[in-house]
Design a protein around this ligand. Sequence first.
Ligand SMILES: [Zn+2]
Ligand SMILES: [Zn+2]
Length: 407
Amino acid sequence: MGSNRIIFIAIGAIIGIGVAFAAVYNYQTQEMQQIPVSAISEEKYLPFGTTSFMYPGEPLPADEMRVTVFGTGWGFVRPGQADQSIFVELGNGDSFVFDLGESSEANYMAMHVPYSKMSNLFITHLHMDHMGGIPHMYAFGPVGDRFTPLEIYGPSGTSPDLGVKYAIDGMKQYTNWNVISFKAALPESDGFDINVHELDYTLNPGIAYDKNGVVIKHFPGAHSIDGAINYRLEWNGLCVVIPTDTNPTTWDVENGKNCDIIFHEVGPDPHIYAKNLNVSVEDAQLIVDSSHTNPKALGKIFSETQPRLGVITHTVENADTLMPIIDAVRVYYDGPLAFASDMMVFNINKDEITQRMAIGPDNPWVNTVVPTPQTGPELDIHDYKSQNTFDHVIPKCEDATDGQLCY
Ligand SMILES: [Zn+2]
Ligand SMILES: [Zn+2]
């Protein structure tokens, strides 16, 4: 290779690195646009309805609340829509996970949320589209940086075997091999402990949490069977309601007053549901009406409660489902309205609410912010792995005996 060519390549590399650096710099410093609620569009698909973006690691002002919707799904497991999970972060550093439906955990990882920030978990009810992601998050949290117990809050049931304690006891059995294997390998910590806080689902409202200026109340829903609860989080004069699956109720109206953002579920349009699942419209109507909220009724709830922003979530999000829902909500409600997609993020302060999309990498590493304890494993691996197994492992050549297969 001639020297001119080497110089050319070197200059090209320097320019390339410079361009890449500028791109990364721009990526990390893009200013957050402050868009008033009145400017929020109903048309939600990117780029419509999206005022700007949030990237991983964005700091949160001390007086603000940030709510990121990491799962909006209605029970189907599909690549474009994770099952329900809503993440609430407060300017005081506290954070709360509401539901962890199937595949929503990947969206937390994309936004670099460390497991140590997912320790406070509130479950609205025990359908798997709201808690299907918990076993993995529990079992792998201490591989990341959760070294303190998982605090799980959830409803009681009409009998003990229908409450959250019973469900989590079962999850401990389900994850036992996983947990033992990690306890024999990872530094000893309290990360595999779980404290379950079972909340009386009949209370209206009950207090689920009261710490550090944060009050989280719970109130009943009317879902397929009793034992579904909603949450209302209040902090610093700000408020957000996190929904369970429910028929429209007077509890929704009572507990939704004077709140900044109310999230609420809706059922899909019965005609579209019937067409796609090959059931009759009557059966589809029955499914929606027996356990979920008709969007027209949601409009009534929003008109009675008058939130600063009403957010439709937990429904089947397809191109043909949006407008029938919005049109029905609009029969009774003409206030600020958003239709949540996965990764939609809302910043709330006393002056305004901004609505953006969160964007992170598809293949993130697990973010860690808490240092790993300098302890040995809690369990002795030799109690769980025989010498016979060790003897069958092909060693590095420097560790091998004469004639042993090695690499
Ligand atoms: Zn659900
Ligand atoms: Zn449900």
